[in-house]
Structures are given as C-alpha cells and as structure tokens.
Design a protein around this ligand. Sequence first.
Ligand SMILES: *[C@@H]1O[C@H](CO)[C@@H](O)[C@H](O)[C@H]1NC(C)=O
Ligand SMILES: *[C@@H]1O[C@H](CO)[C@@H](O)[C@H](O)[C@H]1NC(C)=O
Ligand SMILES: *[C@@H]1O[C@H](CO)[C@@H](O)[C@H](O)[C@H]1NC(C)=O
Length: 462
Amino acid sequence: CHFTWDLHKEDVIVETLEERILDHIKFVKECNITDYNILSYVCHLKNSNEEGLRNLQKAEEAIQEHHPGEIARRSLVTWGNYAWIYYHMQRYEEAQTYVSKVENSCKKLSGTALGKIQLPEVCAEQGWALLLFGEKYYERAKNCFENALKSEPDNPEFNAGYAIAMFRLEGCARWNNEEMWSCLEALKRAVELNPNNTTLLALLALELQRLERGTEGERYIEEGLQKTPDFPGFLRYAASFYRKKREVDKAVNILKKSLALTPNSVTVHHQLGLCYKSKILQLKKERNPPREEFENLIERAIFHLKTVIKKDPLFFTVYNDLGLIYSLGKRYEEAEEIFQKVLHRNDIPCVDKQLIYLNYGKFQHFHMKSESKAIEYYMEGLKMEKDSYGRKLCSEAVEKLLKQKTESGLGHATDFGTLGLVHKLNGKKQEAIECYQKAIALDPNNQEYLNALAELQLSISS
Ligand SMILES: *[C@@H]1O[C@H](CO)[C@@H](O)[C@H](O)[C@H]1NC(C)=O
Ligand SMILES: *[C@@H]1O[C@H](CO)[C@@H](O)[C@H](O)[C@H]1NC(C)=O
Ligand SMILES: *[C@@H]1O[C@H](CO)[C@@H](O)[C@H](O)[C@H]1NC(C)=O
C-alpha cells in the first residue's frame, strides 16, 4: 500500500497534491477508489489521520458499489492504508485487525500458507501513485504498469497508465526516435482500449505534434472538444496543443474556461503564464508595441507564474519563465530576486539547475549587460557534467561569447583560458590545448593554465 511504496513527502507540496486529487474526484466519471486511497495517504502526510480514515471509508463504499463480488481482492490497498494510519494513531488493536484482514485475503487469493501474491491491480495502483509524486518517480511508474500488463495485456486501465507514464518520461528526457515511436504506439493502443477517454486522445494528439504530425493530431483535439467540452483534464492539454501550434488566443480561451472549472490547478496557471509569455515575445517583435497592451500582458503573465510558484515551489523551470517576464518588463530587481531564490536552493535536479544557470546567464548577458557574469553562470551550467539540453545551450552561449572576444583581438588571457576550459569540458582536447597556449602567451606564469595544458598534453600522448 502507499505506506510501503517509497513515496516521499519532500517530493511534493502536500496541499497542492490534495487539491489535484480532489479535482480529479470531482470531474472524473470513473469510480474513485484509487483517488480515495491515495488521498488517505496524503491526509496522513499532512497529519490529518482522521480525515485519512474518512477517505478510506469512501474507498470502501466505492468498492462495495463497483466490485461487490471481489471485495477481498479490491480492498487490499485500502485495508493496508487503514492498518498504517491506525498504527500511526497508536490504535494498535484496530491496526492489527486490518493487518489480519490483509493476511487472510492474501492467503486465500494465493492459495498458499505464506500468502505471497502480486496482483496486477495493486501494481497499477502503485503506478498511479508514483505518477502523482513527480518526475523522479516516472520510471518506476512505467515499470509498475509494465508488470501489471504482463498478467493482463488488454486491460484498458493498465494500458492507459503505461502510455501516460511513457508520455511523461518523454517530456522529461530527449528521447530518440525509437523511443518516441513506442510511446506513440502505447498511446494509440490506450486510446483504442479507452474510447471514451479524451485525456488519452489529447496526449496522442500532443505526441503526434511532437513528431511533426500536428494536422493529424488536431483532428483528435477537435474530436475531444466535441466529446468532453467541459472536462478540465482534457481542456488543459487541448490548450497546450494550440499554444504549441501558435494559436495562442484559442489556447487562452480554452484555459479561461478550465480556470473557471478548476481555479486551483497549477497546470492551468502555468499554461496561461506560458501563453502570455509567447504573446509578449510576439509583441516585442513589433516596431512600436502598444504600451498598454504590453504592460497588461506582463501583469497577467506575472500573476499566473507567481501563482504556480506559490502553489508548487518545486516546479523549478517556472522560475526561469518568471525571471524572463520580469526582465522583459524591465523589472530587474524582481528578476534578480526570483533568480536568487532558486539559485540558492540545493535540492534542484541537475537538469533543472543547468537551465537555471543558462537563463540567469542570459539575464546577465542581455538585460544587465554584464558579459563577465554571463560567462560565470554559463560556465556553472557547463561544469555540471550531466549531459542535458540546458548544458548544451550553456556551452553554446559561452563559446559564442568568448569567441567574439578572442577573435576581436581584444581577448584577455582569461578569455582564452576559459575558452580552453570550455573545449576541455566538451572533450575537444586539441582545441583546448591551442587556447591554453594562447592564454599562456599572454600570461606566461599562470599556474592554472600551465597545469591544464600539461595535463591535456599528457592525456593525448598516453
Ligand atoms: C466519484 O465521486 C464523486 C464525488 O463524490 C461522485 O459524484 C461520483 O459519482 C463518483 N464516481 C463514481 C463512479 O462513483
Ligand atoms: C462510451 O460512452 C458512450 C456514450 O456515453 C457509452 O454508450 C459507451 O458505453 C461508453 N463506452 C465505454 C467503453 O465505456
Ligand atoms: C482517462 O484516464 C485517466 C487514467 O485513468 C484518468 O486520469 C482521466 O481522468 C481519464 N479521462 C477521462 C476524460 O475520462
């Protein structure tokens, strides 16, 4: 059950997760057992064990309604959570009662005295829980659904979970074509098995768009808009589709409708922020952008992005967007403040941190006009060794800047030295050697350059 699935409180904002699950319960037509089970765990995380128990009761009612013939099999997770919550409340007798219920069911279901059993429904439920705990958990979620599918390859729900996990994983990493292809196949199959689920339909459309087959994808979005014009879980993806297609006004209209339905949704606020950001960037290209409209868009973007950070301070890429909007509005102090807030955190995944260095570097470069600080921060991103999109962009940005300086004939020793380090970090040893030689020509006694050069020459000759 949830208490043994390694779901850590520090990876989520408990109140925000709770709101998200409540929204799901409110709008989804399917039975709510899984939602109530995880909700009981979330209640425990926020120290409301009583409320947790009430949600488990709702789960039990839903089980009785939807699976009257399979109570024991369908209740294992619910009973497990009961046992743990009673245990944490130091109500040990009640805890023991539920432990016994689980034990007896497992023995009966497995037909063995030990009662060891792995049920595909339980694997899938673990998968859904993992998906709610964020990026770090997606790979494990995918494995859970894969396991469940081994026993029931045609189960619609397991196929849906598997496809969603694949899609989310793909959004985090830059996959190769083969992996994108298998994600597309998984989504097609999930849609086929869940013909009424427009959330899956929207994901399929977004995947086609990623694969530059947007026209085909749009047909599914239109179909979804017909079938479920008021389902927030679909609408936010539809909006994302139109934003990426650069029909930003259409996206904004859909999102306004979504916001009315789910005013607490972090995703909706984020999407709105991104829409206003792209309208601002569009307007900036005009020669004389209308001032009032420009300011208005800046205000709106700031409002929605700030809401996202307030609700989910762990959504690290949003700090970059907000920093950019402040800079575009020439509100440099606030931009600086938001970047500092995130630069000082030490709990940020590498890939996000590299993007933050990139964006702060750009802020210093293009808005504060400080090349030296820009170089410093681009280098920080590049020095983090994990290969990522952000690291690549940091590398390109700093290389371009340094080359401009060194090729202009005004380069200092440090410019050549830093460019040498860029090449070295990118594994280009010969170019690195040439740069260090030039740096040493300008600053013959610099021990750092001499050491770096010696080390490089040694590694080439051996
Ligand atoms: C899920 O819960 C909501 C809110 O309590 C309820 O309106 C809905 O009917 C439930 N769904 C099912 C299928 O029971
Ligand atoms: C899909 O929805 C239609 C119309 O609401 C319904 O008749 C049909 O049974 C549903 N199909 C499935 C597989 O749930
Ligand atoms: C589609 O299925 C997923 C997974 O069960 C669920 O979260 C989502 O709300 C469903 N969407 C619709 C429109 O029923």
